[in-house]
Design a protein around this ligand. Structure first.
Ligand code: GLU
Length: 320
C-alpha cells in the first residue's frame, strides 16, 4: 500500500483523451492484481467465474463511453442489487417508512453476520448488509413481484437485457440457509414486513440478475446525476433519495473495507461477490467487473483501478 499525495498545485487534465489514458493505465493496474484474489465459492455456481477476467466501463454525462476488457461479460449483480432495492423502497415507500425498518450505521462485521442483529438491535444496521437488504426486500415483497422489480432494475441500469441467471439463483437458493436464518430471526423479532420465505426468494432472485460492467456504469451515471437518466432526461428517483443512497454507499458499500475505500478512493461505491463494482463519481459512472475477490469480498482489480483513477482525476469526495 502506498500513500497517494499530489505535487503542489496539481490540477488534473479532465479532457476526454486524458481520462481515456488514465482509465487505460488503471485497467492495466487492475489486470496485474487479479492473481491476488479468487472468485467467491460459498455460492458454488460463482466459483466457475474466470478469475483473470477484468473490465472497466466508464460513462459520462455527455453519454461518452470508455471501455476496456470484459465489459460485455454477464455476471450476477449480487449485493449491488441492495442499492436498487433501497432505491425502490425510498421511491415507493418513502424515507420515513424505509428508515423506520432499517438503520443507517456501518457494522464493521461481515456482510452476512447475524451477531449484532441478535445482540445489539432488533433492526438491521444498514441496507447493504444481508440482514438489512432482506429487511428492505420485505418492504417491497407484497407490493411488487419479481417481474416488476426486474423492470425497475433494467431502468436503473439502462439495460433491457438484464435477466435472471437461473443457475446462480438455484445454487444460491440451495445453499442460502444463512439468509433464511436471517429472515426468520427478523421475523422472530417481529420486524420483518412480509413472509420470510417469499422475502428471501425475491432477495435471491434480485441477487441473481445477470448484468455487465456496462450496465453498472449505467447505474453509476444515474446515481451520479441525482437519479436522472442523462440520455432521456427522465428522473426516476428524487435527488434527495440519491444523496441518501450515495451516503450509505460511501459508509457501507464496500463490505468491511468501506472505511479504507473511503480513505483511499473516496467515491460512493457498492460491490457484489459476483465481482461487480459500481461507482458514482462527479458526473461519471463506472462499472467494473473482476471476479477475483479479496478477503472482504471486493474485486482486487477494481480496487487497484479505482484508486488510480480517483487519484489522478482528483475524484475523492473530500479533495480540496
Ligand atoms: N446473494 C449473496 C448473499 O446473500 C450476496 C452477497 C454479496 O454480494 O455480498 O450471500
Amino acid at each position: 500500500m502506498k500513500y497517494q499525495t499530489y505535487e503542489r498545485g496539481y490540477t488534473p487534465d479532465k479532457s476526454f483523451e486524458s481520462i481515456k489514458e488514465i482509465i487505460s493505465e488503471a485497467y492495466h493496474n487492475g489486470c496485474e492484481e487479479t492473481s491476488k484474489g479468487k472468485p467467491a465459492d460459498y455460492i458454488p455456481e460463482l466459483a466457475k467465474a474466470d478469475g483473470n477476467a477484468f473490465g472497466i466501463s466508464f460513462l459520462n454525462n455527455a453519454g461518452e463511453r470508455i471501455e476496456l476488457g470484459d465489459v460485455e461479460t454477464r455476471f450476477t449483480i449480487q449485493s449491488i442489487s441492495k442499492v436498487i432495492n433501497l432505491a425502490a423502497s425510498l421511491k415507493f415507500r418513502g424515507y420515513m417508512d424505509t428508515f423506520s425498518h432499517v438503520l443507517m450505521e456501518p457494522t464493521g462485521d461481515e456482510f452476512n453476520s447475524i451477531l449484532k442483529l441478535d445482540t445489539r438491535s432488533d433492526l438491521p444496521f444498514n441496507p447493504f448488509i444481508n440482514a438489512g437488504a432482506i429487511q428492505v426486500v420485505s418492504l417491497l415483497a407484497d407490493m411488487f413481484d419479481f417481474e416488476e422489480m426486474l423492470g425497475f432494475v433494467r431502468q436503473m441500469c439502462m439495460d433491457n437485457d438484464i435477466a435472471l441467471n437461473e443457475d446462480v439463483y438455484r445454487s444460491e437458493s440451495e445453499t442460502g440457509d444463512r439468509n433464511r436464518a436471517i429472515a426468520f430471526l427478523l421475523k422472530s423479532k417481529g420486524v420483518l414486513m412480509a413472509d420470510p420465505m417469499k422475502t428471501v426468494d425475491l432477495y435471491f432472485r434480485l441477487c441473481s440478475l445477470n448484468v455487465t460492467a456496462r450496465s453498472l456504469a449505467g447505474l453509476g451515471i444515474v446515481l451520479a446525476n441525482g437519479g436522472m437518466n442523462p440520455f432521456t432526461g427522465k428522473h426516476f428517483i428524487a435527488p434527495n433519495y440519491v444523496r441518501t443512497i450515495k451516503a450509505l454507499m460511501f459508509t457501507c458499500g464496500m463490505y468491511d473495507f468501506s472505511g479504507e475505500w473511503g480513505v483511499r478512493v473516496g467515491i460512493p461505491a457498492k460491490s457484489g461477490v459476483g465481482g461487480g463494482v459500481v461507482c458514482a463519481g462527479n458526473g461519471m459512472g463506472f462499472g467494473l467487473y473482476g471476479p477475483a475477490l479479496d478477503q472482504a469480498g471486493n474485486s482486487v482489480a477494481a480496487i487497484a483501478a479505482m484508486e488510480h483513477i480517483s487519484h489522478l482525476l482528483r475524484l475523492h469526495a473530500f479533495e480540496s
